[in-house]
Design a protein around this ligand. Structure first.
Ligand code: HEM
Length: 485
């Protein structure tokens, strides 16, 4: 164990690449194992970048609460620079006046409770069409690919919220859009050589074709965003009954109200749209998929959740958002899913602004920080039988995931905490409640509960998802016969 000027301990490093070779294909898991040797406050060198890895709730609290201001910037990821129109977004932009203004717009205008509620009919309509689609398969008792369907659900919801129109009417090919969102995540998630190997890294990137791929993806996305923004500016546009995210941002551009630090431009709009897609689509789908997989593994829990929602809704024929608050067990299932499967296992990287101490160790400015929310969620020091999915652990517990309880941090905490928590949870709870209300779920022929594969995949994106698609056989619940209009 290295001890140097009271820096945090960490594994020995190689020249140039430092500890990069130790990250493996699932960095959150590799880092969790290393933390068992070197401790919950660990310093690695990822190429040229000193990187602090935090793996306990206590240390996370010292970073995200006590030293929030010292550690609330973001490292400049080269993939992000292009994609965010030179950091004109909110999620990847470094700390400063500009970020503060953008953050204010997000919290007050884009993701406020009132705004999220104004999108209720969009969520309910999209969930209804999913249920109708699954109902069609349920008559033939064939498995449905829930992974694909839930990605398509969150993508459709976020698309309509952002652009005010559906995929079909947008004139943009649905499949192509998924592909572009995927490529964008690859751009942000790939450990670019330029970021980690000082001075010569950019040559490696050009040789490996990374740079060309970045440019192609960016140009395609930019053309699409520009097309929708122009469409919103054109006089012929038919108004919808709620303002979509582009409407809100264009209004702010026109009025330039409440925005002191910088002039808002169309580039800001496009950069924020990108954040909304990256933040909103994958994460929600991944959460619902893990929840359904865990319930399919434990039919008793599935039944308990179904009994709750069916008793509570009765024969009303649909679960609407106003019903969700009564569904206590469902909410525990969502918490337990976030504990075992936080979609952003290492949160988003932070960068320190000033010097501070954690557990007696020195942390210098310009250090990248990863908080291993995945490791903290499975720490036997806080959680009994941590590897088991037990929603009941949250009975009579005040622990929630909004950033006040450092043992459960799927959305981060502090100044940079996810501003989309409410948007995300309304989508996830409504989706799950309806899947559980309308159908009984069986395993495909010949499969047993223990055969459900729970392996993770980090691949190239910033999120961790279930590696193998979840296929289950829906059977329409016989207690509810009404068809959704
Ligand atoms: C289950 C769903 C979601 C999860 C698990 C999640 C998780 C996170 C995490 C871990 C962070 C970084 C927090 C930190 O640095 O402390 C973050 C930031 C962010 N999220 Fe989410 N998120 C989700 C849904 C959403 C949605 C639906 C939106 C918007 C539509 C959104 C927009 C953002 C933005 C803009 C940031 C950057 C905030 C900043 O840097 O100031 N997220 N999210």
């Amino acid at each position: 164990v290295r001890q140097n000027n009271n820096l945090p301990p960490g594994p020995p490093k190689l020249p140039i690449i430092g500890n990069l070779h130790q990250l493996g294909t699932l960095p959150h898991q590799s880092l969790c194992k290393l933390a068992k040797i070197y401790g919950p406050v660990m310093l690695l060198q990822l190429g040229g970048v000193p990187t602090l890895v935090i793996s306990s709730a206590e240390a996370a609290k010292v970073v995200l609460k006590v030293n929030d201001l010292n550690s609330c910037s973001r490292p400049l990821l080269p993939g992000a620079r292009t994609l965010t129109y030179n950091y004109r977004d909110v999620g990847f932009t470094p700390y400063g006046d500009y970020w503060r203004e953008m953050r204010k717009i997000c919290v007050l205008e884009l993701f406020s409770a009132k705004r999220v509620q104004s999108y209720r009919s969009i969520r309910e309509e999209e969930v209804d069409s999913l249920i109708n689609l699954i109902s069609e398969s349920s008559s033939s008792a064939t498995p449905v690919n829930l992974t694909e369907m839930l990605f398509s659900l969150t993508a459709s919801i976020v698309f309509r919220i952002a652009f005010g129109t559906t995929f079909e009417r947008s004139g943009f090919n649905n499949h192509r859009f998924h592909q572009v969102v995927h490529d964008v995540q690859a751009m942000l998630g790939s450990y670019s050589a330029a970021e980690f190997i000082p001075y010569v890294g950019w040559i490696v990137d050009r040789l490996s074709g990374l740079h060309q791929r970045f440019e192609r993806t960016f140009n395609e996305l930019d053309r699409f965003f520009q097309y929708v923004v122009d469409n919103h500016l054109s006089a012929e546009r038919t108004k919808t009954d709620h303002e979509d995210i582009i409407d809100v941002l264009l209004k702010l551009v026109r009025e330039q109200t409440g925005f002191g630090a910088a002039q808002l431009s169309q580039d800001n709009i496009k950069a924020v749209l990108l954040n909304v897609f990256l933040g909103g689509v994958d994460t929600g789908a991944i959460t619902m998929i893990w929840a359904m997989a865990e319930l399919a593994k434990q039919p008793k829990l599935m039944k308990k959740a179904q009994d709750e929602v069916r008793t509570s809704i009765g024969n009303k024929g649909r679960v609407s958002e106003s019903d969700i608050d009564q569904l206590e067990y469902l909410k525990m299932i969502v918490k337990e899913t976030f504990r075992l499967h936080p979609p952003a296992a290492l949160l988003l990287p932070r960068e320190t602004i000033s010097h501070f101490k954690v557990n007696g160790f020195e942390v210098h400015p310009k250090t990248t920080i990863h908080i291993n929310a995945w490791a903290i969620g499975r720490d036997p020091g806080y959680w009994k039988s941590p590897e088991e999915f037990i929603p009941e652990r949250f009975v009579d517990s005040s622990t929630d995931f909004k950033g006040q309880h450092f043992e459960l941090l799927p959305f981060g905490s502090g100044r940079r905490v996810c501003p989309g928590i409410y948007m995300a949870t309304t989508m996830v709870e409504l989706g799950l409640a309806n899947l559980l209300y309308w159908f009984d779920w069986k395993l495909p022929d010949g499969m047993k509960e223990e055969d459900i594969n729970m392996e993770e995949e980090a691949g190239i994106s910033l999120t961790i998802s279930k590696k193998i698609a979840l296929n289950l056989v829906p059977a329409k619940y016989s207690g509810t016969h009404q068809k959704i209009a």
